[in-house]
Design a protein around this ligand. Structure first.
Ligand SMILES: Cc1cc2nc3c(=O)[nH]c(=O)nc-3n(C[C@H](O)[C@H](O)[C@H](O)COP(=O)(O)OP(=O)(O)OC[C@H]3O[C@@H](n4cnc5c(N)ncnc54)[C@H](O)[C@@H]3O)c2cc1C
Length: 478
């Protein structure tokens, strides 16, 4: 019987997994996951994603076991020798995987492809991580896109999203199935258990991803366009970590959403699918400009004098102790559950890069370590967008005012009260700006500024003016 090694990456699911589907049609299947963080260098999964990965691998292994197989897990410095060994051991004559887009892995994949092809092994790659092919979608003059709206318009015109594939009906094991290392050997779980909030919040795995999608379609998609900016509500899909790890594919989401709306592009549906478009756009930029992982897409910002040292102000930001309630609420939500609402991501990123004038790279690195959905494309896109130096970026002079943002998007202060409990008893009028409250009000709410909750680390107006001045001076540089 023909035997195919299926090499899993960010596609930890059985359904709509073209590499697995085609391998199963061909004969016996050896599902393999190799954890080789050294190959990714600085882009190895951070702590929060390691936690997720542990549970995602466990869930995938369980689903395979229910079908009489199991996941062959290996920890290695390099993937190639492991694949060589597994192909030899099993007598497999083919190696399949689904394309992933981390620039760090392009050379490795090329080497692996060539090595096995030279040995007569059939090597095939399939696409399922994105809706569009970054090579195929181009402007009329053949250039990659740099602005979201025309990009998305073109994707909607030219891309016909294929129907997702079902999970293979049967999976057959080869005669010689390699043993797996225990999942624990990957040491993905934290040694000091900080993950209680993660466990309370998330259900990991393919089944959980589909349940969450169903919940979202039944309860939230129709109001998505009006409520998606409200961090105090459970009004977005929260599918980002599932999507990042490939527990669900974007085309599964696409088709399920349109099935739910009976093909109607209602406002909610349109806005939701458009957000998936931002994910596509992030990968479009990363694919065509891989240097953006380290440097601004708008290269002139390379000389912008951001601070790139971990100052006390930066540390207070990471801990959610800036004295700005919306910023602190976001940063504490991030720490506790490994996820933050998009609106607050923009607010905290604007505070760091503009009011504190700290480099977006430091913020991006913190998110990289703490987000369960930390993604090489979307994270960089989000940070550069907010800092004003990326694709389709908000102009540098647009500086989010966290008090106004809070009053608009967390109107009752529910979000702040949840994540900054020491402010919970403040009247709504002052919840986003406790320093404006009269002493008697603070006292009654049990708040002592500088003691139970910090004073703002920077005055809002002064730090805003300083950022604008700096920009002006920099823009006029010789
Ligand atoms: C500074 C900053 C950093 C970010 N870092 C990441 C990151 O590391 N990983 C990540 O997945 N997203 C990132 N985002 C984008 C966005 O905040 C999250 O995708 C979103 O909050 C996830 O929640 P959700 O699944 O409920 O989104 P929904 O609102 O339900 O959207 C559905 C899906 O669309 C995609 N999406 C939505 N908004 C965006 C966006 N602005 N850019 C790219 N894709 C989007 C996500 O895959 C998301 O799951 C970042 C945004 C900012 C401003």
């Amino acid at each position: 019987m023909k035997t195919t090694v299926v090499w899993f990456h960010n596609d930890l699911r059985l359904s709509d997994n073209p590499a697995l589907y085609e391998a199963a049609r061909r004969g016996a299947v050896v599902p393999v996951y190799i954890y080789a963080p050294e190959e990714l260098g600085k882009r190895a999964p951070g702590g929060a994603r390691q936690w997720w990965l542990h549970h995602a691998l466990q869930a995938l292994d369980q689903s395979l076991r229910e079908r009489g197989l199991y996941l062959v897990i290996r920890r290695a410095a390099q993937s190639l020798p492991v694949l060589e060994q597994i192909l030899t051991e099993t007598g497999a004559d083919a190696l399949y995987w689904n394309t992933h887009y981390e620039p760090q892995l392009w050379e490795r994949d090329e080497r692996i492809r060539k090595t096995f092809q030279q040995r007569g092994i059939e090597v095939r790659e399939f696409t399922s991580y994105l809706l569009h092919d970054p090579d195929a979608v181009r402007t009329d003059s053949g250039q990659p896109y740099g602005v979201f709206t025309p990009f998305w318009k073109r994707v909607l015109q030219v891309v016909k999203v294929p129907e997702p594939l079902p999970a293979p009906e049967t999976l057959r094991a080869p005669k010689a199935m390699p043993i797996s290392e225990p999942l624990e050997a990957l040491e993905l779980l934290p040694k000091i258990d900080w993950a209680a909030g993660f466990r309370e919040t998330w259900r990991v795995g393919e089944a959980a991803a589909h349940q969450r999608l169903e919940w979202f379609l039944r309860n939230a998609v129709e109001d998505y366009h009006t409520l998606r900016d409200r961090p105090d509500l459970d009004a977005t899909s929260r599918l980002s970590p599932h999507l990042h790890h490939g527990e669900i594919s974007p085309r599964q989401i696409w088709h399920a959403t349109l099935r739910h709306s009976k093909g109607k592009w209602t406002k909610g549906v349109e806005h939701f699918l458009r957000e998936l478009g931002w994910r596509e756009f992030g990968y479009h930029i990363l694919y065509h400009h891989p240097y953006t992982q380290e440097r601004a897409l708008r290269r002139e910002f390379d000389t912008f004098p951001w601070t790139e040292v971990e100052t006390p102000a930066y540390k207070a930001w990471t801990k959610g102790r800036t004295g700005i309630p919306m910023v602190d609420a976001g940063m504490r939500q991030l720490w506790r559950i490994g996820w933050m609402h998009n609106r607050t991501r923009m607010i905290v990123a604007s505070w760091l890069t503009k009011n504190l004038l700290i480099h977006w790279r430091l913020g991006e690195a913190w998110f990289w370590d703490t987000l369960v959905d930390a993604d090489p494309a979307s994270n960089v896109l989000g940070w550069q967008w907010t800092a004003g130096c990326g694709a389709d970026a908000a102009p540098y002079f647009r500086i989010f005012n966290p008090v106004i943002q809070g009053r608009k998007f967390d109107p009752d202060g529910t979000y702040v009260r949840q994540w900054v409990p020491e402010l919970a008893n403040l009247p709504t009028q002052y919840i986003h700006a406790p320093w404006e409250a009269p002493e008697s009000v603070l006292k009654q709410a049990g708040v002592e500024l500088g003691k139970t909750y910090p004073y703002p680390q920077e005055p809002l107006d002064k730090s805003r003016d300083r950022a604008l001045e700096m920009l002006e001076r920099w823009a006029k540089r010789p």
